[in-house]
Design a protein around this ligand. Structure first.
Ligand code: NDP
Length: 332
């Protein structure tokens, strides 16, 4: 397949740390893939909480940078002898995603099968890989386990709830509103508690429901829920802290783990799923779970590739009013 690649493209960029208003729409050169990279024409990009960490400077970035991670799109060029071909539809946790074209490492690209909707495919990238990586590698969920998922109605949260159920766990979710609680129950959680309720009551309820504490807490909230995690996890349990939506978790002494012989792990999705084999394995696992009917996707809102829309998407995801996936529509 030979297609005309334009010289320039629209992209959202950031020049310096700041609020959502620092996102700007620019015309920039279409990137040239290196030897081991593919070029993707982007159809959909995913909005992630991490976009805020880069924009505010919590996670370091070189400036200017093109915003966004996660795309679904069409392969335009591929390295020689690559197992995928130009014209195929793929998903990828590619960086520089809020742009008409992006490059991705060839070992971070997976075929999106025809039976999965393009919009849904975006959730299989960073958020899906995070959810499956946590539930298989950070703590391997087993049938009958009690699992607590924080921010359970969010992008990662809603996927974690479903994957933990698929793996046979009893799932408790925490969320900040009744409407989110309803959505999380519809997605399979056995119990959902409001994080706005009294903490001592929630702790007592989680311990009662789980018969003495959960085997694992998956926590992308961070600072606000950190201390409570130690009260709801059972002896020899695991706290997986993987995000900072409410702020970063404070430093702590290992002795804090002693009374219950706890484990704490703080992975990133790509410290869990790093090699080409791991990427291939877990993307295939996600597709299998979708086909088994174990994963459904909830799109909260679609935004356009404009500075205003991207700023609004970032305000929305940090404003706690969103559920499931937020998408940027880039091309038809
Ligand atoms: P979400 O869609 O889950 O949005 C964040 C959610 O966090 C909100 O909806 C809100 O749910 C909850 N929250 C709790 N406290 C606050 C607060 N003070 N301000 C804002 N939100 C708050 O986002 P994502 O699915 O994109 O990401 C979820 C978490 O996972 C993030 O912390 C993200 O950084 C992390 N992550 C980590 C990865 C890794 O590799 N380690 C990879 C991907 C994501 P509620 O109102 O119900 O509490």
């Amino acid at each position: 397949m030979s297609v005309q690649i334009p010289k320039t493209m629209k992209a959202i960029q950031v020049d310096a740390p700041g609020g959502p208003e620092v996102n700007v729409l620019r015309e920039i050169p279409v990137p040239t893939p290196k030897e081991d990279e593919v070029l993707i024409k982007v159809q959909w990009s995913g909005v992630n909480y991490i976009d805020n960490y880069f924009r505010t400077g919590l996670y370091p970035k070189e400036y200017p940078y093109t915003v966004g991670i996660d795309v679904v799109g069409t392969l335009i060029t591929t390295p020689p002898n690559f197992h995928l071909k130009p014209g195929q539809r793929v998903f990828s946790p590619a960086s520089a995603a809020f742009a008409e074209y992006t490059v991705a490492a060839s070992n971070r690209v997976a075929l999106l099968p025809d039976d999965i909707d393009a919009k849904d495919g975006v959730s299989l990238a960073t958020q899906g890989l995070t959810a499956i990586g946590q539930s298989k590698e950070s703590y391997e969920v087993k049938k009958g386990d009690w699992v607590l998922v924080r921010a359970a109605a969010g992008g990662v949260g809603l996927l974690l709830v479903q994957i933990a159920k698929y793996l046979g766990a009893n799932v408790i979710g925490t969320v900040s509103s009744e409407s989110k609680a309803e959505l999380v129950k519809q997605n399979g959680a056995d119990h959902v508690l409001l994080s706005t309720a009294d903490s001592a009551e929630n702790v007592a309820e989680i311990n009662k429901l789980s018969g003495g504490g959960v085997q694992v807490v998956y926590d992308g909230v961070g600072k606000d829920t950190w201390e409570e995690n130690f009260e709801v996890v059972r002896r020899k349990g695991t706290i997986v802290t993987f995000g900072n939506a409410s702020g970063a978790v404070p430093p702590f002494a290992p002795l804090k783990l002693t009374p219950k012989a706890l484990k704490v792990t703080r992975p990133s999705v790509f410290s869990l799923i790093n090699t080409a084999e791991e990427f291939e394995y877990y993307t295939s696992e996600l597709v299998k779970i979708v086909r088994d009917g174990g994963l459904k996707f909830a799109v909260h809102k679609v935004y356009e590739l404009t500075a205003e829309d991207v700023a609004q998407a970032q305000r929305d995801i940090s404003g706690r009013g969103t559920t499931g996936k937020l998408l940027v529509h880039v091309s038809d």
